[in-house]
Design a protein. Structure first.
Length: 156
């Protein structure tokens, strides 16, 4: 059974009766709010050392208010240079030729070209958010950012 939220509370639905419209994201479109600027065109040896500037569209600048109070933020971005996907991949750290399912990996060869990375917040100035450790290429679209909240983001 699957719980489905509705105006009157939760209803149980059989998985066999679940339709695409039940997902609530029919025709989901993401709006780009910023662009990654870091000069990175090829995968570096260590993404953790890469500093990136997220250049926000002017209409979203007010939404950055008090972001600088955070030390770490989540960045949701698009893999704009990748095409296609694979159900199984070889992890970068693998010492042999074994594969894992795409959803058990951090590979970019995903069905939806969406990345999620926890990064160090270096600073906020006007429409520019500077971060360290974002594994996104120069020009990648940013769809959202959220502050890391230890009590919320770490399971107990």
């Amino acid at each position: 059974m699957l719980l489905d939220s509705c105006s009157s509370g939760f209803q149980e639905k059989s998985l066999s009766r679940l339709t695409r419209s039940d997902y609530g994201v029919k025709g989901l479109k993401l709006r780009q709010i910023a662009t990654v600027v870091n000069g990175v065109a090829d995968t570096p040896k260590d993404w953790h050392k890469v500093k990136s500037r997220l250049i926000f569209e002017e209409q979203y600048v007010e939404g950055l208010r008090r972001l600088s109070e955070s030390n770490w933020i989540w960045v949701i971005f698009g893999f704009h240079k990748r095409r296609g996907w694979q159900p199984k991949v070889r992890p970068r750290a693998a010492k042999d030729e074994s594969t894992v399912g795409i959803f058990a990996s951090r590979s970019v060869q995903r069905p939806n070209k969406i990345g999620l990375t926890l990064v160090e917040l270096v600073g906020v100035r006007g429409n520019i958010v500077t971060v360290k450790g974002l594994d996104a290429f120069d020009g990648s679209p940013v769809f959202d950012i959220k502050p890391f909240e230890k009590d919320y983001d770490l399971s107990k």
